[in-house]
Design a protein around this ligand. Structure first.
Ligand code: FAD
Ligand code: NAP
Length: 538
């Protein structure tokens, strides 16, 4: 609750990478800010995802804050792709270095946020019934923070342990000697499966959709590697603000070169590893014939790694172009299926009949399972925002407004909900780029916007409905120019039964998007409407 009954300047919901930077930035402007966080400590995704194998797939030296040059120089990453414990240590270090915890209420889940038109304030209520009031409310609630458990017949009857990768217990489950089942083969499943295979007596993987995965070739970072990168950190960060992540982007189309040259380029990138692979040619995400060439290359690699031809066949994705579901990056994923203690169940051929107390029945066969791991994903992008009962002007509910899909201006605000800001929400590049680059940009834009209001003693800023309609159309058109809408992906909400199918992130280069956001500001916050303090509520 507010100390002394005076409203805060800002309430930030969430203490992941976004919420922490928002607190630091707003505090630096002299804004009285409070952060409310459901978890018992900082970290967000990296607090919740403690599953074995969890690590970033944007290189550590890039997957880090750029806002403080001393911080980026002093922190030493040990691996090319840092594992969850190291990323969490980094976030904890940031919280300590900038003394952030003193303004954060942990174990505090927000259930509602109501706009008061008379006062031009937001009142945010927690699950325990505490109320906090502020002029601004910032949703740093995460794009991938609401885990989804699978709705499979009988799963509630299963008496073994059940863990979701996104809610992994602090005390690591012990799989030694156990028969484990993993449902889900997205990025989380592909990271956790090789690890569990090494610990468990037996592992059964339940795969609905085969995914494309590229080897990470993770390695220790030498101090020379780090020093060389850090010597040019400013240039690297500036480039990342244009392109998201520093991949080798190509200016050639896949079909402009000979088949031999294509293969050579795919092989070269496969040997380097990581998401860089998908940037081998500039038309892979816009031309299906071009995409077929890279997808064929990966399918051939899967067949060359996996010894059992039928298993390899099941692991080869055949229902979506490569990259239209988030590409996965792995360490020994396909090799895991050569182990004698691992079995793949292709749910497209043999669906689960039902779970029961001690296991699962598949196509009439009983498979005993002691522990079940659900790597079944998230209610992405809009999920965490809509989990809160948010009411704007005239009591309008965000859940009603977004019933046919999220509607935003620049991905940052939604019309009818003044002074409510969303970080890396639907309608911004968000999950399509290095998310820390997107987070820093949004926090800076929001902080500048709040400074603009304060300097002019304005009470509210709101998106206009017209400008929002134009932005939604612009975002739809950007997606339609790519192959991205062709997959049943979480980008589209296709993983959640009943969720409207709308391609949520904005499929433009972050540099283009940043300029669009800046142009809006340069034109006097074009598309936004302000109210002056005296007119608030009128
Ligand atoms: P989060 O880290 O999700 O934090 C949101 C916080 O808000 C959470 O702590 C949550 O508890 C809290 N919260 C939500 N709702 C409420 C509520 N109602 N009340 C109170 N608190 C609430 N991105 C990349 O760019 N590169 C990567 O390599 C990468 N790897 C990833 C690996 C995994 C396993 C996952 C799941 C995601 C990964 N991501 C990656 C995406 C990741 O979401 C972002 O990189 C980043 O961590 C998001 O930070 P955030 O602060 O916006 O959200
Ligand atoms: P995800 O990509 O949504 O994958 C979920 C998996 O569970 C899919 O294979 C899905 O199959 C399956 N599934 C869901 N419900 C099911 C059901 N009822 N029955 C059978 N299978 C079911 O989720 P995620 O793997 O957690 O990854 C989410 C995102 O987080 C990633 O795309 C990435 O952005 C981020 N992430 C990154 C990393 C990293 O490498 N740094 C690691 C983890 C996560 P269908 O495909 O058929 O729906």
């Amino acid at each position: 609750m507010n100390r002394d009954g005076v409203p805060y300047d800002a309430i930030v919901i969430g203490a992941g990478l976004a919420g922490l930077y928002a607190l630091h930035r707003l505090r630096g402007m002299g804004c009285r800010t409070v952060v409310l966080e459901a978890a018992s400590d900082v970290g967000g995704v990296w607090y919740w995802n403690r599953y074995p194998g969890a690590r970033c797939d944007v290189e550590s030296l890039q997957y880090s804050y750029s806002f403080d040059t001393d911080l980026e120089q002093e922190w030493q990453w040990t691996e090319r792709y840092a594992a969850q414990p190291e990323i969490l240590r980094y976030i904890e270090h940031v919280a300590e270095r900038f003394d952030l915890r003193r303004d954060i209420h942990f174990s505090t889940r927000v259930v509602s946020a109501i706009f008061n038109e008379q006062q031009s304030t937001w009142t945010v209520v927690t699950v325990a019934g505490s109320a906090f009031t502020a002029q601004h409310c910032i949703m740093a609630t995460g794009a991938l923070s609401v885990p989804r458990l699978p709705a499979i017949a009988g799963i509630e009857d299963f008496r073994g342990e059940v863990h979701h990768t996104g809610r992994w217990p602090k005390r690591a489950p012990d799989f030694a000697g156990k028969r484990v089942g993993v449902i889900g083969t997205g990025s989380s499943g592909i990271q956790v499966i090789p690890q569990i295979a090494r610990q468990a007596a037996h592992l059964t993987v339940f795969q609905r959709t085969a995914n494309f995965s590229i080897p990470a070739w993770n390695r220790l970072l030498s101090s020379e590697d780090q020093a060389a990168f850090k010597a040019s950190y400013r240039e690297h960060r500036a480039r990342a603000r244009e392109v998201g992540t520093l991949y080798e982007f190509s200016d050639r189309g896949a079909l402009q070169v000979s088949a031999t040259e294509r293969e050579r380029e795919y092989a070269r990138r496969w040997e380097k590893g990581g998401v860089n692979f998908v940037h081998a040619f500039n038309d892979l995400l816009v031309s299906k014939p071009a995409n077929d060439t890279i997808a064929d290359f990966v399918r051939a690699r899967i067949r060359s790694i996996v010894k059992d031809a039928a298993v390899a066949d099941s692991l080869c994705p055949d229902d979506h172009p490569l990259g239209t579901k988030r590409i996965c990056v792995d360490t020994g994923y396909y090799e895991t299926y050569n182990r004698t203690n691992v079995r793949l169940i292709n749910l497209k051929k043999t669906p689960i009949d039902h779970f029961h107390a001690t296991g699962v029945r598949v196509a009439g066969e009983d498979l005993p399972i002691d522990s079940l791991v659900c790597a079944t994903g998230y209610d992405a992008l809009s999920g965490a925002v809509l989990a809160i009962d948010i009411r704007g002007r005239a009591g309008i509910r965000l859940r009603d407004k977004w019933a046919s899909g999220p509607r935003t201006l620049l991905g940052i605000m939604t019309a009818g909900f003044p002074n409510l800001f969303i970080i890396t929400g639907a309608g911004s590049p968000s999950v399509l780029v290095n998310m820390i680059v997107g987070i820093e940009h949004h926090v800076q834009w929001i902080a500048d916007c709040i400074a603009h209001l304060r300097a002019r003693q304005l009470a509210t800023i709101d998106a206009s409905f017209d400008a929002e309609d134009r932005w939604v159309e612009h975002v739809n058109q950007a997606a339609a120019r790519t192959l991205l809408p062709l997959a049943n992906s979480w980008f589209l909400g296709a993983n959640i039964p009943g969720k409207p199918r709308v391609f949520m992130p904005y499929a433009a280069k972050i540099g283009v998007y940043r300029r669009e956001c800046q142009d809006v500001v340069d034109r006097g916050y074009e598309g936004f409407v302000f109210t002056e303090a005296s007119h608030a509520g009128s």
